[in-house]
Ligand binder design. Structure first.
Ligand code: PRP
Length: 188
């Protein structure tokens, strides 16, 4: 989470982000994930995709359109507690899903898993709604930064511990709409 790493957000970057994962690679991986998910849920009535705002919005849009199974879209929003330089790991629910997910298959869709606290919280929170199952999907994961052991059932890419932007990911709300995932070096 942004607040965990940087206390100042004035100068974002002096140049274009360096490409870490190209648009072509993302597209191919999203299609592969969608094929796997479609196969795994082919016998279910409906899959509820729960996008975690804001970062997942582009990934969710592309992934959901590649699926070949019945699906509906929900969104959820959270924020983390902690001061500007250190996260306590505690997560607070800002907006819950609107629909009733009781008895449904649920897939949480995240842009990034960093420490894992958000995903761990969301699994528990959504589980309390009585769904038939809860699984997880994330485009990228920083394994080096993991603080909790949380399973990602459908993972796009493992990435190094760099600040990444694009394809939904931001730095100080900038660069979310880049078509690729890039690396920036925020100024001190
Ligand atoms: C990002 C991401 C996850 C969370 C992961 O959200 O979308 O929800 O951080 O971090 P964690 O694994 O350390 O818990 P962010 O707070 O950047 O908000 P945003 O999606 O609105 O940009």
């Amino acid at each position: 989470m942004l607040d965990c790493h940087f206390s100042r957000v004035s100068n974002v970057t002096k140049s274009d982000p360096e490409v870490l994962i190209s648009e072509r690679k993302i597209r191919a991986r999203v299609r592969t994930l969608a094929e796997r998910i479609s196969a795994d849920y082919k016998d279910s009535d409906e899959l509820v995709l729960v996008g975690v705002l804001k970062g997942s919005f582009i990934f969710l849009a592309d992934l959901s359109r590649e699926l070949t199974i019945p699906r509906v879209i929900e969104f959820i929003a959270v924020s983390s507690y902690g001061d500007s330089s250190h996260s306590s790991g505690a997560v607070r629910l800002v907006m819950d899903v609107r629909g009733n997910i009781e008895g449904k298959h649920v897939l949480i869709v995240e842009d990034i898993v960093d420490t894992g606290h958000t995903l761990q919280y969301l699994i528990g929170m959504l589980d309390s709604h009585g769904p038939r199952s809860v699984k997880t999907c994330a485009l990228v994961r920083k394994a080096e930064r993991a603080e909790v052991d949380v399973e990602v059932d459908y993972l796009g890419f493992d990435i190094p511990d760099k600040w990444v932007v694009g394809y939904g990911l931001d730095y100080a709300e900038q660069n979310r709409t880049l078509p690729y995932i890039g690396v920036i070096a925020p100024d001190d």
